[in-house]
Design a protein around this ligand. Structure first.
Ligand code: 93A
Length: 506
């Protein structure tokens, strides 16, 4: 059941980040009721706001201890919209239905931490705010509760993309977080009174589930179990789909290999563009150059802030998701022009170190592939050693190979992915695919390097690579025919290094 927000009650301690929500509510013609300081803040934004005192016909008393605690407020929040009796009483007592409540509680824990005196601390026990949260969360069937600044972005996105309507799943998810906040808040208060044996406080990283529009294909159902809100702050766009999530996961994994400003573009979990540069805009241009055809509708990830200039460039192509650790305000504005494009600010969240997959009638589990080889693990096995520049590129190519579907071959030059062969049933096919792709996008492979996720069973790959212009090769080694590949490299004047580490990815 979709509920349209018509009346909102806002009472927040910290007013920061509230402004965009106020403007959205104003745009949607929502009546806003508010308490003292919040009301002043809203009025100063030039937006109409109704003092909660006008609703209750009662002033805020006892120095603010009682300001929202009134049947005219709680009646409007708790009334069951589907109950005739409740509806009738709202009319009888002239109580408006409140369908959105935004609260930021008195900062109790922060006040305790600051070393404030007992009187100050007690005054920071929020009574009205916590009651608003509990009431609105209890009535989630009809009411949206936003009980934390962390949820402002999510609310803003809903207001923008759904024009003030919310789904029952969204309201229930807000209610779940609200009860997490109210129970944590009370635990902090209990701990203050019971310093000797404090209770553990479980932060918001609770697992939640999210029903997806569908699975990999429209006829498959899908659900995500986890906490996406903790991982990303969504600034724009529609809901992430199953396939978006799979690609976002792959994007996060590959980008974490790089430290210099880097952009990776992914399609169906494989990178079709990667470049590391001194500036993120150059990284974008060179990542896109790798394969602008595949980049269409892809998932883009950056490891540095996206500025306006870079945003203008990225905005020229159609993409599904763009992820970065930060965006400048101007960049957000540029990139929010298209309603559906998903913009995610990545939060520093630790990821699981185990991977699970259902298989046959069970589940298999393994450690994440957390290993990446540095120069120390590279052993030259040919007469010729790679040059300094080739070594750097081999290192770069190996990071991409690790995150590309097997069998895979990756070509790179000057910290740019030139082409890859992905998910082939033979290594030589992966190599042939990479050569064709590089040529079709006009890359000159002379002096480029090649990395392979696993060893070469025959010397044919080294031979083909040499013919294509490749000058240095990286592979784990370990084939009984290694000698033949090494001999081929020596004959053709190539350098080869082995790492001893295989990076299959299926
Ligand atoms: O002192 S209270 O517990 N009594 C109340 O009736 C009440 N209603 C809202 N504190 C109350 N609030 C809190 O006031 C909210 O949780 C919020 O933190 C704060 C907002 O006050 P203002 O809008 O005046 O800045």
């Amino acid at each position: 059941q979709s509920v349209q927000i018509k009346n909102a009650l806002i009472s927040v301690y910290y007013k920061d980040n509230l402004e965009p929500i106020i403007h959205e509510l104003n745009r949607l013609g929502v009546n806003i009721y508010s308490t003292g300081g919040t009301e002043t803040f809203i009025r100063n934004l030039g937006v109409n706001v109704i003092p909660v005192e006008d609703l209750t016909s009662y002033p805020s008393i006892l120095g603010g201890r009682v300001k929202t605690l009134h049947p005219k407020v709680f009646g409007g929040i708790l009334a069951r919209r589907s109950f005739g009796g409740d509806k009738q009483q709202l009319e009888q007592y002239e109580i408006p239905e409140i369908d959105l409540v935004i609260v930021d509680l008195y900062p109790f824990e922060e006040t305790v931490q600051s070393g404030a005196g007992a009187e100050d601390v007690i005054e920071k026990i929020d009574i009205g705010g916590i009651s608003l949260i509990r009431a609105a969360a209890k009535n989630f069937k009809d009411v949206v509760i936003v009980a934390s600044k962390d949820d402002y972005a999510g609310l803003e996105n809903i207001l923008k993309t759904q024009d003030g309507a919310t789904t029952i799943d969204q309201r229930r998810s807000f209610a779940q977080k609200a009860f997490n906040i109210s129970s944590n808040y009370d635990t902090h208060i209990f701990n203050y009174f019971n310093e000797a044996e404090p209770l553990p406080v479980f932060k918001q990283s609770i697992q939640t589930s999210q029903v997806l529009r569908y699975g990999e294909n429209p006829h498959q159902k899908g659900t995500f179990y986890g906490n996406l809100d903790a991982m990303f702050n969504k600034l724009n766009g529609k809901e992430l789909s199953y396939n978006n999530l799979v690609d976002v996961d792959a994007a996060v994994a590959i980008i974490d290999e790089f430290t210099e400003p880097t952009i990776a573009i992914l399609k169906h979990t494989n990178a079709c563009g990667v470049a590391s540069r001194s500036f993120i805009k150059e990284a974008w241009i060179d990542a896109l150059a790798c394969d602008p055809v595949s980049a269409f509708g892809g998932v883009i990830i950056a490891n540095a802030e996206i500025d306006a200039e870079t945003a203008t460039e990225i905005d020229k192509i159609f993409y599904e998701v763009l992820i970065a650790p930060a965006f400048t305000d101007e960049a957000v504005q540029i990139l929010s022009g298209k309603k559906n494009r998903i913009l995610l600010v990545r939060q520093p969240v630790e990821l699981p170190v185990k991977h699970f997959k259902t298989l046959l009638n069970g589940v298999i589990e393994q450690d994440k592939d957390a290993v990446i080889e540095g120069p120390a693990q590279m052993t030259t096995v040919t007469e010729k050693a790679p040059t300094e520049a080739e070594l750097k590129d081999l290192f770069f190519a190996n990071k991409i190979v690790k995150h590309t579907k097997s069998n895979t071959i990756v070509f790179a030059k000057n910290n740019q992915l030139m082409a890859s062969g992905v998910g082939q049933t033979s290594r030589v096919d992966a190599l042939k695919q990479a050569i064709i792709k590089a040529q079709s996008f006009g890359f000159d492979l002379n002096g480029a390097v090649m990395a392979s996720d696993a060893f070469f069973p025959f010397p044919d790959c080294a031979e083909l690579a040499a013919e294509a212009g490749i000058t240095a090769i990286l592979q784990p080694g370990g084939s009984i025919n290694d000698k033949l590949s090494v001999a081929m490299c020596n004959e053709k004047g190539l350098a080869m290094v082995t790492t001893g580490v295989r990076h299959f990815k299926h």
